[in-house]
Structures are given as structure tokens and as C-alpha cells.
Design a protein around this ligand. Structure first.
Ligand SMILES: C[S@@+](CC[C@H](N)C(=O)[O-])C[C@H]1O[C@@H](n2cnc3c(N)ncnc32)[C@H](O)[C@@H]1O
Length: 282
């Protein structure tokens, strides 16, 4: 079977199983398997695949047809131009989460600071910040020990072990000290919505990374309620939020002595990030 034939068969099968962009997905999976660049897929469409390659490709396509997310098949997801290891214990980093990192770069470039991240998952936020801002020290926590294994692998891969440390903690449980910024992309999906999500998400991404409690706001409430114990006066809190949570999270911040609250939209025009500053005086 040639590359061209394999791609045609695979993309038909993917389409039949409701995978969008089936042509591209078929190509990217074969590219991943053969470790070839884009040029190969223009110049070598008549390359004859070996039997092993055909079998392996079929396994990859079958996984994708069962809606295993592409990034869990390849084990890698790009975020802020960097590659991160991911697996079924870590949320797949989303492009809209880059807004938190961009906010940090824009506001705090060259300022030395201590940062706490709650719910690190793959570690993509903390590690990207450390790669972009030289003067930061970051403590990240996650309740899921298995996610921390992958997050720690990413710390090493990106060589930021001198400035980024991840520990197991249920929110602040094992956190000591004070920080200049608290960051979190917490689980924020309402419990009753989870069942309506696409299969790729609800069947394969970790429930611990999705479930934000009855109203989706559990983690915002918990993090904000205790933030003043861990945040220096004038310190910042920066959250990713669901598209309809901006006003509620803003209110929670106001009720807990935060000011200068900004709600930032993503590229699709939805509220996506909220930042606020702990008041200097009560
Ligand atoms: C939405 S994911 C975000 C992962 C990563 N920061 C990202 O943006 O891709 C939320 C993370 O919070 C973690 N988490 C859930 N409950 C937690 C808790 N009680 N304390 C600390 N982390 C928790 C989950 O394991 C998950 O890794």
C-alpha cells in the first residue's frame, strides 16, 4: 500500500467515525508514525509502506476513530511554541490558556517574583512562564500525583528545575509562604454539563481536571477565599475562566478585597481570563 492509498483509506475511516479534519488527521498521524516532514507528503506519495508500518498506522487510526484525542496518541502537545508531554492524567493544554502566560509576560517582564500555580496538570503554564521570564520562582501544586509525574518530566525537558517546583497539594494544603502572583486554570465545568461534552473530552480527559462542582465555581471560591493568606499585599490573582463565568468570578474577587479587576477575552471574543489585585489596605 502506498502513502497516498493509506492516507485515502484512513481519512475515509476517520470521517465515517465523525472525526473532523479527517484528511489532516490522517496525514499528521502518518507523519508522526514515519517521522517524516511535510515535503515527504508532497514528493513521496508513492512510497510503499512496509507491513509493520501499515499495521501500526491502522492501530493509530483505530484509536483516533474511538475518539482518543490526537495529543494522547502522540503523547505531545504544543503550547506557547514549546512541546509538552501529555497523557491521560493531564489535561491537554488549550490555546486559550496561553492568555495567562501572555498576561504575565506583558505585565511582569523583568520583575523578580514568586508565583504559585494551583492545578498544574502537564505544567505547561508554569514552565512557559519560567521560560519567558527569567526572574521568577514558581511553586506549582496538583492533587493528582500521576499528573505530577508528567509535569516533572516537562520541567526536566525544558530545563527549568532551578526555578520551578511541583508538589502534591489539595489546593493550599501543603503550600507554605507568600507569593506575588497566584495563577490557576482550575477545573471549571459545571458537573451537569460534563456529560454533554464531546467524547474526546469526557471519555479521555481526566475528570479531576474538568469538574468544577455544582456551579463550576468551587475552585474559584476556595482559591479566592484563602488567597490573602498566601498573597503579598498588592499581589495578583490570575484565573482562566469559562466563557460565562467572568462576572461571577469578578464578584467573588470584589467580595474578598480584590480590586483593579480585568476580564480578558480570547480570540473568539469570549471572556477567558480574569485578573485582580489584592488591595493594600482592607
Ligand atoms: C483544568 S486543569 C489545568 C491543567 C493545566 N494547568 C493547564 O492549564 O493545562 C486543572 C488541574 O487542577 C488539578 N486539580 C483538581 N483538583 C485539585 C485540587 N483540589 N488541588 C489541586 N489541584 C487540583 C487537576 O488535577 C488538573 O491537573
Amino acid at each position: 500500500m502506498t502513502v497516498k492509498e493509506a492516507l485515502e483509506t484512513a481519512s475515509r475511516k476517520l470521517k465515517k467515525n465523525n472525526i473532523e479534519n479527517s484528511i489532516n488527521e490522517a496525514k499528521y498521524l502518518l507523519k508522526y508514525l514515519l517521522k517524516k516532514d511535510d515535503v515527504f507528503f508532497i514528493t513521496d506519495l508513492n512510497y510503499e509502506l512496509t507491513d509493520d508500518e501499515i499495521n501500526e498506522y491502522e492501530k493509530l487510526i483505530n484509536k483516533r476513530c474511538s475518539h482518543v484525542p490526537f495529543s494522547y496518541i502522540t503523547g505531545i502537545k504544543e503550547f506557547m511554541g514549546l512541546d509538552f508531554y501529555v497523557d491521560e492524567e493531564t489535561l491537554i493544554p488549550r490555546p486559550e490558556t496561553e492568555i495567562i502566560v501572555e498576561y504575565m509576560i506583558e505585565h511582569f517582564k523583568a520583575i523578580p517574583m514568586d508565583i504559585l500555580e494551583i492545578g498544574v496538570g502537564s505544567g505547561c503554564i508554569s514552565i512557559s512562564i519560567a521560560k519567558c521570564l527569567e526572574n521568577v520562582n514558581i511553586l506549582g501544586v496538583d492533587i493528582n500525583e500521576k499528573a505530577l509525574v508528567t509535569a516533572n518530566k516537562n520541567i526536566k525537558e525544558h530545563n527549568v528545575q532551578d526555578r520551578v517546583k511541583f508538589i502534591k497539594s489539595d489546593i493550599y494544603e501543603n503550600v507554605e509562604g507568600k507569593f506575588d502572583v497566584i495563577i490557576s486554570n482550575p477545573p471549571y465545568i459545571r458537573k451537569d454539563i460534563i456529560d454533554t461534552l464531546e467524547d474526546d473530552v469526557k471519555k479521555y480527559e481526566p475528570i479531576l481536571a474538568l469538574d468544577g462542582g455544582e456551579d463550576g465555581l468551587y475552585f474559584y471560591r476556595e482559591i479566592i477565599r484563602n488567597a490573602s493568606k498566601y498573597l503579598n499585599k498588592g499581589g495578583y490573582i490570575i484565573f482562566e475562566i469559562g466563557y460565562d463565568q467572568g462576572e461571577e468570578v469578578k464578584d467573588l474577587l470584589i467580595q474578598n478585597n480584590f480590586a483593579d479587576i480585568e476580564i480578558i477575552k480570547d480570540l473568539a471574543g469570549f471572556d477567558r481570563t480574569v485578573a485582580g489585585r489584592l488591595k493594600l489596605l482592607k
